[in-house]
Design a protein around this ligand. Structure first.
Ligand code: SAM
Length: 227
């Protein structure tokens, strides 16, 4: 249950300074602290943070946020990032990665403004196999509209799973959403985030060990039609 979870009332009221202290801009006495950049990449259901820590040095000028519902897993990722920041202090690495606890099925627009994000990763989401559990899946018509709201036109949703039925479900739901278009395979394979997603997430490694298949699909956020 998530009754102990706290959420900002709106993106404007979210204080990111504890998450990205190296990016704090002005510290007006008594005023709110602002960052020199906004979070632009979200890893939804980030688990143990493998994708985050692999991407952080590759995208040093972009703020990455892992969002995870399990409190102990969130704390683990926070400690992992803290340790990496300390070990790489001279190189200023990993300052751009952070993790917070959230139920992303409920409050995504509380954290991000319209068009704020460039990329969302949905890596090995829980499959919820039974039909009556499908409403718990993190891809649905309603949730895709929330992803469309927070991702700017041109931005990309990345999905990967070892469950073929879930892959088909995600493709069907994004394909049928007017704000998204599937990214062609050649473009997909040329994207460096795709290989990171295949090899660096904890689930991706587990599937590799079990010699399982991995299904990847990317979706581009389209321009909104002019009315
Ligand atoms: N993405 C990671 C990876 O690829 O290794 C973890 C995959 S794991 C199978 C799915 C993760 O999503 C779990 O850590 C789970 O706690 C998290 N999760 C499930 N529902 C969530 C929600 N509504 N909001 C945030 N995280 C969620």
């Amino acid at each position: 249950s998530d009754h102990q979870l706290t959420y900002p009332i709106s993106p404007e009221t979210m204080d990111w300074s504890p998450y990205y202290p190296a990016f704090v801009l002005n510290v007006a006495p008594g005023g709110t602290q602002t960052l020199s950049k906004d979070v632009e990449v979200a890893d939804i259901g980030c688990g143990f943070g493998g994708l985050l820590v692999a991407l952080a040095p590759k995208l040093p000028d972009t703020l990455l946020l892992g969002m995870e519902i399990r409190s102990q897993v969130t704390e683990y990722v926070q400690e992992r990032i803290k340790a990496l920041r300390a070990q790489n202090a001279d190189a200023h690495l990993y300052q751009n990665a952070a993790c917070l606890r959230a139920n992303t099925m409920k409050f995504l627009p509380n954290f991000f403004r319209k068009y704020q994000l460039l990329k969302i990763f949905l890596c090995f989401p829980d499959p919820h196999f039974k039909a009556r559990k499908h409403k718990a899946r993190i891809v649905s018509a309603t949730l895709n509209s929330e992803y469309a709201y927070v991702v700017r036109p041109g931005g990309i949703i990345y999905t990967i799973t070892d469950v073929e039925d879930l892959h088909n479900w995600m493709v069907q739901h994004f394909d049928s959403h007017p704000s998204f278009q599937r990214v062609p395979e050649d473009e997909q394979e040329a994207d460096e985030c795709v290989s990171v997603m295949r090899t660096e997430t904890e689930e991706g490694k587990k599937v590799e060990r079990n010699k399982g298949k991995k299904f990847v699909a990317l979706f581009r956020r389209l321009e909104d039609p002019e009315w």
